[in-house]
Design a protein around this ligand. Sequence first.
Ligand code: PRP
Length: 181
Amino acid sequence: MEHSKLRVLISQEQIQTRVRELGAAISADFAGHELTVIGTLKGCFIFMADLVRNIQVPLNVDFIEVSSYGDSTVSSGVVRLDKDFKHPITDRHVLVVEDIIDTGLTLNYLMENILLRRPASARIAALLVKEAKQSLDHPIPYRGFNIDDHFVVGYGMDYRGYFRNLDHVAIMEDDRQPSLF
Ligand code: PRP
């Protein structure tokens, strides 16, 4: 696997420190309550696995799959629901976990869908936020890092399905001629 076109943006150590801080904040805010943590597949899977292990309140997990990019590096502008979550969330405190908020389109769609099911509350946790670009209609109370408008991979995020297994976040510097191997 050739990684010559990848540059480290956020190291494994920086991520792990920040995830512990987010977990502590979530634990404090929801002390005395239970949580339903809903991950947005596929990109969330590593962040969510690390985050829930740093949350100290009783919780269950569920997953939803929504896609907006396909194999492109640019948002298609169309959100598609590929897999719905299974457990009822009415009257439960919900934490929606995203790896990255780019345009905010995916989460606007998802939050609308979740709020219709009348949870006790619904909050967002996102590892990365492209602050200059996103037009999300909801606050992001738990955010890992604000980043500039780079195409990033690693720690769950992919390019054409690859690089999700990197333990850090990297910038793909030239995606016009990707060389995966
Ligand atoms: C990514 C990411 C978010 C969404 C953010 O998912 O995981 O769900 O895009 O983009 P937006 O804010 O512009 O809507 P992607 O479609 O790449 O699917 P994946 O998580 O399965 O890789």
